[in-house]
Design a protein around this ligand. Sequence first.
Ligand code: TSX
Ligand code: MN
Length: 624
Amino acid sequence: MPPQIQSQPPSSLRLLQGDLAALSPALREFIESSAALCQPDALHICDGSEEENRCILALLEEQGMIRKLPKYENCWLARTDPRDVARVESKTVIVTTEERDAVPSARAGVSQLGRWMSPEEFEKARSLRFPGCMKGRTMYVIPYSMGPVGSPLSKTGVQLTDSAYVVASMRIMTRMGRAVLEALGGGDFVRCLHSVGCPLPLKRPLVNSWPCNPELTLVAHVPEQRRIESFGSGYGGNSLLGKKCFALRIASTIAREEGWLAEHMLILGITNPDGRKKYIAAAFPSACGKTNLAMLQPALPGWKVECVGDDIAWMKFDKEGNLRAINPENGFFGVAPGTSAKTNPNAMATICKNTIFTNVAETSDGGVYWEGMDQSLPEGITLTSWKNKLWTPEDGEPCAHPNSRFCTPASQCPIIDPQWESPEGVPIEAVIFGGRRPQGVPLVYEAFDWEHGVFVGAAMRSEATAAAEHKGKAIMHDPFAMRPFFGYNFGRYLAHWLSMAQRPQARLPRVFHVNWFRRCERDGSFLWPGFGENVRVLEWIFRRVDGQAEGRRSAVGYLPAEGELNLKGLGPGLDLQQLFGLSQEFWEDEARSIREYFQTQVGADLPCEMERQLEQLEQRIQQL
Ligand code: TSX
Ligand code: MN
């Protein structure tokens, strides 16, 4: 480190809260070296208390970063700078000495499976950004646990940030504060450094009182050092470093080394009318309604779904060979638009208190509003858009940003699973992959075996998303719904998944693929009613796992045999031919697209088992 960076001795730091001397040497070293680099005015070591949270929220309100929503209990609204509204994939990097350790060598231009940065370039990038970046601001120290405190499946992190909004959000999304500090022994924690990149005095005025530095935004991961450094963005996945950065990118590399799985999956428990229960993990790309499935209200009498998590699963085989999963998170950071009493009544009930909303619209009586909330505005109530302007439908723009969010405690979900904080995790018996596929892909099928299941995950595609930068309606490849979240080379990730079958004791989960979004060839309408009716598909999966459904072999996998899908009470007009039909022409195109993707994006890093699976699929398609 150049000497001028350490010019300010940490002794001149005002300590607002906490006791530096009481911390472990490793944590002290991390804080002191980061403070020397970023030069904050003050230091605040978070204890996670109610009192602290009140102070943080009051400070944010005073700074104009959040507004109280008087219609609800302890709910808040933040409006961001319009330039800081989503994750930025183009500025998200994995730093390794060897490029091959981060991404497969893409044959055609830039890799879609992550961005690599060399240690030298990263050193340059960070010395251009972090020195003095917290001048005039407070550096908060957030000790946090991903997973229940003390669970053998949990991991700890410490995030240093100059954003009080991040502190308030991390308190919801993670277990944060004193209990974690006490459990934190030595130096075994993920080091997370975050700055909005706006030292004081400001060089230019803030927009919406939301500090950020879009020109210099960078979200960097150094897996070998268990380190994350994020600069310039205060938003979601760029700034709440426990979530995508730690629980997926860094954790996936740790998981590979330690022999477990860190996945972009919801976890749900499903109980049948006999009272027997199974747990399922499911991976969906954005815009597939993953949170809605995680909190499903079943349309079939006698069935019950309970939620363990809506976004991330950490899974490890225990000594008995059961795949045990925890949700490393403590809250939901969900997309607001589209969430309604019809699509997700349990989410609506969750967010009525203790919730931070970001970039949703506000009603004149101090409530929230967004597209697809499916509630008419009472007489005389007006709307203020996420851009802080009086809004009318004639504006031609949405009132809420399409990526607007609620940040809400998981414990408030009416159907939170009784085992959701169980330290040993819940036993996963099925893994579901899904996609938004308007054509060709049946409602549900089961992989023939584990190897085929891994291939099904690798071949995932979905209609484009609103949550990231990509626009339009292209069908994008998104293997394992992990495309933006791999912490290492995707080819090696596939090899790691395949290696699970080599564990002598492992009871592998069954693997399924679902598609709620197939459309009628004639009029373009959805063929499947979706939402609560999806429990019919979960019932078939439940019975397959139980050995109570035969299935029938097809070119893509096992489909429900005649009469096996429970359609009682669905009414007429369901077109099973179209819902389950397999067209040779479609699947030839699909296989071609997968082959091209494997060739151009994975290349020599593709395990030979995947090439073999693709050949076998091509052969089965020829027999259609
Ligand atoms: O979340 C969805 N799920 C999963 C629910 C557990 N959505 C919303 C996706 C956007 C995030 C769905 N949309 C689902 C679904 O299963 N299915 C559809 C498509 C669809 C939309 C409307 C109708 C039917 C299907 N029907 C009527 O509007 C009457
Ligand atoms: Mn997600």
